[in-house]
Design a protein around this ligand. Structure first.
Ligand code: URA
Length: 477
């Protein structure tokens, strides 16, 4: 006997969950269910209309995994999920664990989906359409790798709540009108007009384009080739490259500015030593290797090295500081100096297990002013934080923490895009640009700089309280 379980292109998760619940309640084994038609040898019957006698308790971990995997493009996703559910019910091994081939496959699929959503948020470019209502109207064309328009659209609904917009993809169309998000069938690729915001992008990109720093590999790593054709800024690249040599020559003739004292350009040291940057990194290690060659902004010129995050690559909790300090710059690891010691003490007091946390910074290079033999900390500016957000986004994308703590204003801005004062935000959870929760707290260096002992003790206690809350939120099931 075999059963057919057809699933709709929208609302797929709820439909799969209901069908899987029915099938398992009748103890129908995985090899007897043809998800989405399957085309098996035997004529398939519809699943029973009513639930069977067998009841199953599904762990939360499975539901979370299934909610991601369901959007993967692989046709076998439904069957794999049902196999895992069946094995959970039969107590057959640990089908959700990374050590089990099925579990590993499901986790990889979930990561692929999450990365695809991340890319959509970064690479969708809207163009303005004529509108006869007070709300402005925009449209975009995008080609995701998986079925990620549905789970990825709530991000745009929040971000662009005051406009009407449409995102068309080859499989589905999302439409947001008067605050209501709706999905419709895929249409042909719309013929979208050029508009002012597009030429603004292109002008901005042409202006920041420094021909002496052309690194096509790095550019590709920031904007994977697949997306170039739909990005207005990249259309200028061939033209700009044609002129690059001449522009470099003109810059040389104009006289390059002298290197800053203490500079030991990262570019020189790493150019030969490191492997070339790969296209969009596939792993946290690849992202780290690419970050080691980062020359996205001027900070790389004087810093000793890129200071990448450290800790557990599957951490549920990520703690983000501002930037490496003097000691971190030399050691190549975050939070090893005085502020780091204060942070580690606060974490210990809060019961946050340092071995299960990912520690990193909003900006990966040390910014300083040389003063005699000393290098005095300077806070990164907005542009530097924005340039470095690429790396922070990759760390978040690969690690997928359940909660991120922003220590201080720079980290809070990097993670949320909100630059308002911290006093009103400290201890509260905001939604980050990655759409995940961000708990805002004081930076330990800020606490150490407070002149008054009472204020210092209070702020320190607040940091401990925040870390305790963060740790509980990250480990809650
Ligand atoms: N301050 C930070 O923000 N990060 C570090 O790594 C060290 C000090």
């Amino acid at each position: 006997m075999s059963y057919a379980a057809p699933l709709p292109p929208r609302g797929t998760f709820a439909a799969w969950r209901d069908a899987a619940r029915t099938a398992i309640s009748h103890r129908i084994p995985p090899d007897q269910v043809e998800w989405n038609g399957g085309g098996g040898l035997f004529a398939a019957e519809a699943l029973p209309d009513t639930p069977g006698p067998h009841q199953i308790r599904v762990p939360e971990e499975f539901v979370k995994l299934a909610e991601q995997v369901i959007w993967h493009a692989a046709a076998e996703r439904f069957a794999l999920l049902y196999q895992a559910l069946w094995r959970l019910d039969q107590r057959d091994g640990t089908p959700l664990s990374q050590t089990d081939p099925l579990g590993r496959r499901l986790h990889l699929m979930a990561k692929g989906v999450s990365r695809d959503i991340h890319k959509m948020h970064a690479f969708v470019r809207f163009r303005e359409l004529p509108s006869d209502t007070p709300r402005r109207s925009f449209a975009a064309w995008f080609e995701p790798e998986h079925n990620t328009l549905e789970p990825g659209s709530s991000f745009f609904a929040k971000r662009f709540a005051d406009m009407d917009w449409l995102i068309a993809t080859p499989r589905l169309t999302a439409q947001f009108r008067d605050g209501v998000l709706d999905f419709g069938p895929a249409g042909a690729r719309p013929d979208l007009p050029d508009d002012a915001s597009e030429s603004l992008w292109a002008t901005y990109f042409a202006n920041i384009f420094n021909p002496a720093r052309i690194k096509l590999d790095a550019m590709r790593s920031e904007m994977p080739l697949k997306y170039w054709k739909n990005l207005p800024e990249t259309r200028l690249i061939p033209e700009m490259l044609k002129d690059a040599e001449a522009r470099v020559q003109r810059m040389r003739e104009a006289g390059a500015s002298a290197a800053r004292p203490g500079s030991a350009p990262v570019s020189t040291r790493y150019r030969n030593a490191m492997p070339q940057a790969v296209a969009l990194p596939d792993s946290l290690d690849q992202a780290r290797a690419a970050a080691m060659q980062c020359r996205r902004c001027g900070l790389c010129e004087a810093a000793t090295q890129t200071v990448w995050g450290t800790g557990a690559p599957d951490a549920a909790l990520m703690i983000v500081g501002e930037q490496p300090g003097d000691q971190e710059d030399l050691a190549g690891r975050p939070f090893v100096g005085p502020a780091g010691q204060a942070l580690h003490q606060a974490m210990a007091q809060a019961g946050a297990d340092a071995g299960r946390v990912w520690l990193t910074n909003a900006v990966k290079h040390f910014k300083f002013t040389p003063r005699g033999k000393q290098r005095l900390h300077q806070s990164p500016d907005r542009a530097e934080i924005e340039h470095c957000r690429w790396w922070l986004g990759l760390e978040i994308g690969f690690i997928q923490p359940r909660l991120t703590v922003a220590l201080g204003a720079s980290a809070a801005f990097a993670l949320t895009g909100d630059a308002s004062p911290l006093t009103a935000r400290r201890g509260k959870v905001q939604t980050g640009l990655h759409n995940g929760p961000v708990l805002v707290s004081w930076h330990p260096a800020h606490i150490l700089r407070l002149p008054d002992a009472t204020a210092q003790a209070r702020a320190r206690q607040e940091l401990v309280d925040d870390l305790r809350l963060a740790s509980a939120m990250a480990s809650a099931t």
